[in-house]
Design a protein around this ligand. Structure first.
Ligand code: HPA
Length: 280
């Protein structure tokens, strides 16, 4: 039995609020795959290691302790989570969902997540960005199981309008002005950590998938349960298995991630301005 419960999450939220003045949050940002988010024009008010926040064991990657940065400007704030929890690392769906739940309970109205993904569509290439319009949860779990569904209504949240169309449009507009395109597509969330087989990729294509990855869907379910607006940007790091003619490696994914990091960072910075200073 996990000791991470709705009650221990709420205690973690209260502790965070006592220690850190976030101001009025405009968004929470969550980055995957070695992307560290900065917020140009905002001041770093705190950098808090995950073990000080989350009431469960943190499995740090390669000696690197993930942190959340509290960015402040005037009365406003942003939470930038530098690193996420994955099911394939052995975290439960509830631990994976702890980031959006903490952010949502602290008052963040929007959840902006980035991830690395493989492309199932041969016209979408490594280095491209995809604004996710829908997902297929193939992780055989759900962040709302058991106590977490009973914790607060609705028990059966609607998933028809999961990904905010206005945030997607803003992302495409900013990208167009900066000279690159953002595709739109469906994210297939798998458990990992093995990459898919070519037969699995053919199946995902038949199911209507555009990109495939091992994260984000549990976070999105939890964020929508708390009624946050959701934007997910997938950075295509590779063609999925069988579409590429060579075996996939983690190095390939990391190198492509690093190459496209700047355009993703610029896009997120522009989106934060939209959220901080909404046009009437
Ligand atoms: N499959 C699953 N997850 C991934 C991939 C992939 O091809 N690329 C980056 N994350």
């Amino acid at each position: 039995m996990s000791t991470f419960t709705p009650a221990t999450l709420e205690q973690a939220v209260a502790r965070f609020r006592d220690r850190h003045d976030t101001g009025t949050l405009v968004a929470a940002l969550v980055a995957g795959s070695g992307i560290t988010l900065t917020a140009p024009g905002w001041e770093k008010a705190a950098e808090v290691p995950y073990p000080e926040i989350f009431p469960f064991g943190i499995r740090a990657l390669a000696g690197h302790t993930p942190t959340v940065t509290v960015w402040r400007r005037g009365g406003q704030g942003i939470l930038a989570f530098n690193g996420r929890f994955h099911l394939y690392q052995g975290y439960s769906a509830f631990e994976v969902a702890a980031i959006p739940r903490l952010a949502g309970l602290l008052g963040a109205p929007a959840y902006l997540a980035t991830n690395a993904a493989g492309s199932i569509d041969p016209t979408i290439r490594p280095g491209d960005l995809v604004a996710i319009s829908d997902h297929i949860n193939l992780q055989a779990t759900n962040a709302l199981l058991g106590d977490w569904g009973r914790w607060r209504p609705p028990i059966f949240p609607d998933m028809t309008h999961t990904y905010d169309p206005e945030l997607r449009t803003l992302a495409s507009d900013h990208a167009r002005r900066a000279g690159f395109a953002v595709h739109t597509g469906v994210y297939c969330g798998l458990l990992g950590p093995s990459y898919e087989t070519p037969a699995e990729i053919r199946m995902l294509r038949t199911l209507g998938g555009t990109v495939v990855g091992m994260s984000t869907v549990q976070e999105v379910i939890a964020a929508r349960h708390l009624d946050m607006r959701v934007l997910v940007l997938s950075l295509v790091t590779n063609l999925a298995a069988g579409i590429a003619d060579h075996p996939l490696t983690h190095e390939e994914v990391m190198v492509a991630g690093a190459a496209a990091r700047d355009k993703l960072a610029a896009l997120l910075a522009a989106l934060l301005e939209d959220l901080a200073c909404p046009k009437a």
